[in-house]
Design a protein around this ligand. Structure first.
Ligand SMILES: [Zn+2]
Length: 83
């Protein structure tokens, strides 16, 4: 997201009393684990960080983390496939 758009979305979330429950991004060539950059930019400790790894093309891996003060905590995540 562009920074201005991000700011606008965060203002909307606040105005409407919503909660940012998760932020997701993908890793094209690395595992589903936070990079140093992810840790450095983890500004929302109350939100889950979902990372989808596309390292193994056939089977995308997904993992959830909480990052607070540079500390990475892995969280359980359950995927429900809708047919
Ligand atoms: Zn990342």
């Amino acid at each position: 997201m562009a920074p201005e758009e991000q700011l606008r979305v965060f203002q909307e979330i606040e105005e409407q009393g919503l909660e940012l429950s998760a932020i997701y991004h993908s890793h094209a060539h690395t595992a589903a684990f936070p990079s140093q950059r992810d840790v450095d930019y983890a500004f929302y400790p109350d939100s889950l960080i979902l990372i989808i790894s596309l390292m193994e093309n056939e089977v995308p891996q997904i993992a959830a983390f909480q990052i607070e003060n540079g500390k990475i905590q892995k969280k359980a995540v359950k995927l429900i496939e809708k047919k």
